[in-house]
Design a binder for this molecule. Structure first.
Ligand code: URP
Ligand code: ZN
Ligand code: ZN
Length: 468
């Protein structure tokens, strides 16, 4: 279906900046104008498609800045393809994902990026972009970073965790950060002390502690905080901006707060699983806890308040999903009898907008902050704003009609992610996506999927818009 002239009437438009009782005119796949419901301007708009949003929110499509579709990891591959994962994203009101292309050790950034383009090309239901995982810092890959920034891959994830897989030592990290300081790239850091964690993993297994809950114990909160601190100091020395991914420990939030209080260009992301789940889930009976194995790990419930607070105070700026699903049967069960063999990662791309809206309902954040952390700031952080992340003239018409009163129960029976469990099975939430437009084209219409693989376009990015 092609983009026609569309008017959305009667809704409450919410952006990071404003709440407006306004009608929205869409032309040629972009937002053309907004006007008050009862204005002569809005009354004069004619359109082939009119969407009645009375009693609903009209919000920008979500921007999920951290996904891993069909990522090879832990001896298996994440179970959502770009096709299934972006379809599920659309169901959940997310219209842009930024996924991670991976540099193989001994290979170039270019070959990794090409491989990810081949996976995603003509598959996606919604728009997509790439970060680059740098796992082999050398003269060639450092030079390639400059070229990738020019091409619109403007952020580079590095790992202080996973020795022997993606791990980089401090010298390699410093060199990549120095390069990013010169070319405008944003370093994204998986901040956990992987060398120390591997010692604790060995000790736990030798002591017969093999259940999923020990995944949380060995990946100690202090080892997240220590790595966060070290990454910040390395970025400071390099004069580079830094974005810490999937922050889960309150001690890591404190490191970010201290750095930001010094005026450093340091940013933090958390994920819904850290806001809503805890080590109680990792300790569920039998092998059930494996469903919640991800890194950084879920923390004791008390950490959730610090994360919500960080989101309110802007010490954390973004909520992404780190969507990296593995089926319970056939994938997570690779770790029966040895928690270190459970593939790390959780599903969530479909749940993020709803869970954060639940954060509004529960009084943790305001409606505008919901849109800021889920749409506008990730778009600015990753150089996609104002094309993505807002509803304003000229922006892509990525728009969600959201029913704030609808009740739903999250379940693997009804979700659209290609994974055999829900991390939120049975959770009741208020609010639900009703209709989703991607560049003006309906993808979800009155809770039916009407999109297609290949509608989603690759979207090159500019540099992080928070840099001064
Ligand atoms: O457990 C996780 N987070 N899996 C995905 C890879 C990563 O570290 O982001
Ligand atoms: Zn990570
Ligand atoms: Zn990740």
């Amino acid at each position: 279906m092609t983009a026609t002239r569309t008017v959305i009437r009667g809704g409450l438009v919410i952006t990071a900046a404003d709440e407006m009782h306004a009608d929205v005119l869409i032309e040629g796949g972009r937002i053309a104008a907004l006007a008050a419901h009862d204005s002569e301007t809005a009354a004069g708009w004619t359109a082939g498609t009119v969407i009645d949003a009375t009693g609903k929110y009209v919000i920008p499509g979500g921007v999920d800045g951290h996904t891993h579709m069909e990522m090879p990891f832990g001896g298996t591959t994440a179970s959502d393809t770009f096709e299934t994962g972006t379809r599920a994203a659309a169901w959940g009101g997310t219209t842009t994902i930024v996924d991670f292309a991976i540099q193989g050790v001994g290979k170039s950034l270019r070959s990794g990026l090409d491989a990810w383009h081949a996976k995603a090309d003509a598959q996606c239901a919604v728009d997509y972009a790439f970060h680059m995982i740098v796992s082999d810092v050398n003269e060639h890959s450092l030079k390639e970073m400059d070229i990738l920034v020019e091409e619109g891959v403007t952020s580079f994830k590095m790992f202080m965790a996973y020795p022997g897989v993606f791990y980089s030592d401090d010298g390699q990290i410093l060199r990549a950060m120095q390069r990013a300081a010169g070319n405008g790239g944003l370093t994204m850091m998986h901040a956990e002390n992987g060398i120390a964690i591997d010692v604790l993993v060995q000790q736990a297994l030798e002591a017969g502690k093999t259940d999923p809950r020990y995944h949380g114990e060995v990946r100690h909160a202090l080892l997240e905080a220590e790595a966060t601190h070290r990454a910040i100091q390395l970025a400071r020395v390099a004069g580079a901006p830094l974005y810490i991914v999937h922050v889960s420990a309150q001690q890591a939030v404190a490191e970010l707060t201290a750095a930001r209080d010094l005026g450093l260009n340091v940013f933090g992301e958390t994920c819904p699983q850290y806001l809503f789940l805890s080590t109680d889930n990792l300790a569920e009976p039998g092998f059930e806890g494996a469903k919640y194995v991800c890194s950084t790990p879920l923390r004791p419930r008390e950490h959730q308040a610090a994360l919500w607070q960080g989101l309110r105070t802007n010490d954390l700026q973004v909520v992404s999903t780190d969507h990296c699903p593995f089926c319970f049967t056939g994938q997570k069960d690779m770790g029966v009898g040895d928690f270190s063999k459970i593939p790390n990662g959780m599903p969530g791309v479909e749940n993020r907008m709803d869970l954060l809206h639940q954060g509004v309902v529960d009084g943790h954040i305001s409606r505008r902050r919901w849109i800021e952390i889920a749409c506008a700031t990730p778009a600015r952080m990753f150089g996609l704003y104002p094309r993505k992340g807002t509803i304003a003239p000229g922006a892509d018409a990525d728009v969600v009609i959201y029913d704030p009163h609808a009740e739903q129960v999250m379940s693997a029976e009804t979700h659209h992610m290609n994974v055999d469990y829900s991390a939120y099975e049975g959770k009741r939430t208020t609010g639900r996506v009703e209709t989703v437009l991607s560049r003006g084209v309906p993808v979800i219409e009155d809770r039916s999927y009407v999109g297609r693989a290949g509608h989603g376009q690759y979207t090159p990015r500019g540099i992080c818009q928070y840099l001064i």
